[in-house]
Write a protein that binds this ligand. Structure first.
Ligand SMILES: N[C@@H]1[C@@H](O)[C@H](O)[C@@H](COP(=O)(O)O)O[C@@H]1O
Length: 412
């Protein structure tokens, strides 16, 4: 995962807008091979849309062959309600660029059959060849799209009840009246987002700091659904300084350092060609008997395909020496009466006091043979106890033994 930090919201938004423009232009979309862009609503992407409109007007990018899919839409408010996501998107973006209205896809929160609407939405994404780049914002509770805390990380487009925190946060768009905020929405699932070839997240402001910390520094967790982008091979989170407030200094420094290092090496972001250009053909969904068809279209194994990644095979494997011969002679030490140490092999052969002797050809796979730390000491004088064993002292000096004080009736 890439993590890009910019000084303020404007710089972060500009970074994302430039990135999207570069991606579309590199892709060189055509009517037969359009660039498929996933889009969010909310206050965070406003700067990006403004910048994209400016770039379009400056002739830097065209949306002629861009197909879009929005992440979510409220249920139950009219399509032309000023706070519907339809209104939002046309107001802030679509009506200012040369996108074909037929290329715009936004879930219909007033569809007579909401489940069928979700099923068709997934099918339309598939038919368009999948999403090339999904831009996302983040809720204060770490949600992506409307995948509230506790959403399955394998979820797909569906009806979702909104969390109280989200209703509270979004009430600012409804005259701060909680009752006016829709309580339900249609949303793409976490898995729908993860299947995009690339995911770019924009997090702006201190109110996103806790969620950003959970999603970047902690593990993948359904309570902070945006954390699932950790599993994506081509994900990028862009934020302003305020959003980093809860991160560790070393995390911020690490990501800033790797960005600097990459720039110094002359590259910014290298994507595999499949991600840069998208598939030549529309992918087909394979349904196996193991996962029978459900009411949701394009059923997939409930475990994320990313979670089923093959484990790495290139772990360093310790090369094994010939099978250990446990009957092979081992080193043993005897304390002589003069307190010097005699060392020999268990077969009676004398040993030399060198490390080489211990680990020589006589010693097969040292870590598989019972070993004593003493046998690793090369200098015999170091094997002599500096604090004499009291029992040995007693046996060698009866006078000393008799002078020992009694402790609990026992000679010390
Ligand atoms: N469904 C949207 C999300 O897609 C968006 O990311 C979030 C954050 O909005 P904002 O950027 O206004 O904080 O708001 C809503 O919940």
């Amino acid at each position: 995962m890439r993590f890009i930090i910019r000084d303020n919201a404007e710089a972060a938004s500009a970074h994302v807008a430039n990135y999207i423009v570069d991606r579309i232009n590199h892709f060189a979309p055509t009517p037969a091979h359009p660039f498929v862009l996933g889009l969010p609503t909310g206050s965070s992407p406003l700067g990006v849309y403004k910048s994209l409109v400016e770039k379009y007007k400056a002739g830097e990018v065209s949306f002629e062959n861009v197909v879009t899919f929005n992440m979510d839409e409220y249920i139950g408010i009219p399509r032309d309600h000023p706070e519907s996501y339809h209104s939002f998107m046309w107001k802030h973006f679509f009506s200012h660029v040369n996108i074909h209205p037929s290329n715009v896809h936004i879930l219909d929160g007033n569809a007579p059959n909401l489940e069928a609407e979700c099923v068709q939405y997934e099918a339309k994404i598939q038919a368009a060849g999948g999403i090339d780049l999904f831009l996302a914002g983040m809720g204060e509770d770490g949600h992506i799209a409307f995948n509230e805390p506790g959403s399955s990380l394998a979820s797909r487009t569906r009806v979702k009840t909104l969390a109280y925190g989200t209703i509270l946060a979004n009430s600012r768009f409804f005259n701060d009246d909680l009752h006016k905020v829709p309580k339900m929405a249609l949303t793409v699932g976490v898995q729908t987002v993860l299947e995009a070839r690339e995911v770019v997240v924009l997090a702006i402001g201190a109110r996103k700091a806790i969620a950003l910390q959970r999603c970047i520094e902690q593990g993948v967790n359904h309570m902070w659904t945006l954390s699932a982008v950790q599993l994506h091979p081509h994900s990028m989170i862009v934020c302003d300084e305020d959003a980093t407030l809860e991160l560790q200094v070393k995390t911020v420094r690490y990501f800033k350092d790797i960005e600097k290092a990459a720039q110094a090496q002359g590259f910014e972001h290298i994507l595999p060609s499949k991600v840069r250009t998208g598939p030549a053909t529309v992918p087909t969904t394979i349904v196996t008997d193991e996962f029978p068809a459900s009411t949701i279209h394009c059923p997939q194994p409930t475990t994320s395909r990313l979670l089923r990644a093959t484990p790495a095979t290139e772990y360093p494997v310790r090369s094994r020496s010939p099978s250990p011969d446990l009957s092979a002679p081992r080193l043993q030490h005897h304390l002589r009466p003069d307190n010097s140490v005699e060392t020999e092999y268990t077969d009676g052969t004398a040993a030399e006091y060198t490390t080489a002797a211990v680990f020589s050809s006589r010693s097969t796979t040292p870590d598989l043979i019972p070993d004593r730390m003493a046998s690793r000491i090369g200098d015999p004088s170091l094997l002599v106890r500096s604090t004499p064993n009291p029992e040995r002292q007693r046996s060698r000096s009866p006078a000393l033994a008799s002078s020992m004080p009694m402790v609990n009736g026992i000679k010390a």
